[in-house]
Ligand binder design. Structure first.
Ligand SMILES: [Zn+2]
Ligand SMILES: [Zn+2]
Length: 385
């Protein structure tokens, strides 16, 4: 069935468990990156780049003839969440866990590296192990690395496992696939005063109360509609926890989410206008965090993935709506590659991503190794054994 031997699957699974024990969060993936680079070296990669946009690692497997560059991308980072599990390989790092399955995504790409002992017939395959996906900083940093032009692909693929869908089902969606999102931090400054004389100060309280109602009200449409926008209040504080002081400072945090980058621009402008409208007597400082572009899946590369999935007898799910969650893979399509994200079922009753009891389903390792090698064969062909 699979191109991997039983021993290769056993070794890749053991490596996944080893990575799972030692999760590193966004921007701190030094040990993971080292381990990955060693594996790629052992698998005979033609060229390896390290420290790409932080701790990123990329490996090249080149064909004999000229041809396009096919990039396959996975993520290095775990999450600052305590894992709750009885697994023998549960996280050994207090408060951190591989609870998004990036350990499994990495090992799937190492499976591809194993298969590429037989090189593509033409062009080259780049395997990109990207840092800091969870914060939305990693793909941007990799693309801004001065060595990116040596790597820049013509086509790019990545996958994310999706709990709640049947195991091994390949979800596809040409066009918008993941929402754009960004965090809006609003710092408000007035003037504190004695609680006995609040009229001598300027409290951000009334403006905050108004904004806590008005900002979530910017949401429009439903997921799947072009107009879809969601504005979620995530955090608020006002003044000090005392009884003697009328507050002079406050902060709101809001996450904005849209299906397209254009709609996001309009939503950002609307949110800023609301803040201006309600905070005329305050000084306002707005900062933006965790900026994710939307993932827009290319029609042609999505069709290639569909053909390969069907040729491997994988069930294909034509997704009616995009994922609400964001993915910084959108940056790679935004950089000019024809890019497609695959949304691969992790099991219908599987714990959700970022839940403390989530664990990547190992059965996906050979499935996704085969899918990606099938895509490589479809685009580049493969040298004779
Ligand atoms: Zn995640
Ligand atoms: Zn993830």
């Amino acid at each position: 069935m699979t191109v991997l031997t039983k021993i290769q699957i056993h070794d890749l699974t053991a490596l996944r468990h080893a990575l799972h024990r030692r999760p590193e969060i966004s921007g701190e993936e030094a040990e993971t990156a080292d381990r990955i680079a060693q594996e790629l070296e052992a698998l005979g990669a033609d060229r390896i780049w390290r420290q790409l946009g932080g701790h990123g690692v990329a490996a090249e497997f080149a064909g004999a003839e000229e041809g396009p560059t096919v990039l396959l991308r996975c993520e290095l980072d775990g999450l600052p969440i305590l894992e709750i599990s009885d697994l023998p390989y549960r996280s050994e790092v207090e408060g951190k866990g591989h609870l998004c399955g990036h350990d499994g995504h990495m090992v799937s790409l190492l499976g591809v590296a194993t298969g590429l002992a037989r090189r593509p017939a033409k062009g080259r395959v780049i395997l990109l192990f990207q840092p800091a996906e969870e914060t939305g900083a990693g793909a941007k940093a990799v693309i801004e690395d001065p060595r990116w032009p040596e790597i820049r692909p013509d086509v790019a693929f990545a996958y994310h496992n999706v709990p709640g869908r049947p195991l091994g089902e390949i979800g596809l969606r040409p066009g918008p696939g993941n929402c754009a999102s960004r965090g809006m931090q609003i710092l408000l400054e007035g003037k504190s005063s004695h609680a006995a004389a609040p009229e001598d100060g300027v409290s951000p309280g009334p403006a905050m109360a108004a904004l806590m109602q008005a900002l979530p009200g910017l949401g429009t449409g439903a997921i799947g509609e072009k107009d879809f926008a969601l504005s979620t209040l995530t955090h608020a504080w006002l003044g000090e926890p005392t009884f003697g002081i009328a507050p002079g400072q406050g902060e709101l945090r809001v996450t904005l989410r849209c299906m397209t980058d254009d709609r996001m621009e309009a939503l950002v402008a609307d949110a800023q206008a609301l803040v201006d409208q309600h905070c005329a007597d305050l000084s306002v400082d707005i900062a933006w965090h965790d900026i994710f572009l939307s993932v827009t899946n290319d029609a042609e590369t999505t069709e290639m993935a569909r053909k390969v999935a069907l040729s491997q007898d994988r069930p294909v799910h034509e997704m009616p709506t995009p994922m609400r969650w964001s993915e910084d893979f959108g940056r790679i399509g935004g950089d000019g590659a024809q890019a497609t994200m695959l949304y691969v079922g992790a099991g219908e009753n599987h714990p959700q991503l970022h839940n403390p009891d989530y664990d990547f389903p190992d059965a996906l390792i050979p499935i996704m190794t085969d899918m990606f090698l099938g895509i490589v064969d479809h685009i580049l062909g493969r040298a004779q054994a």
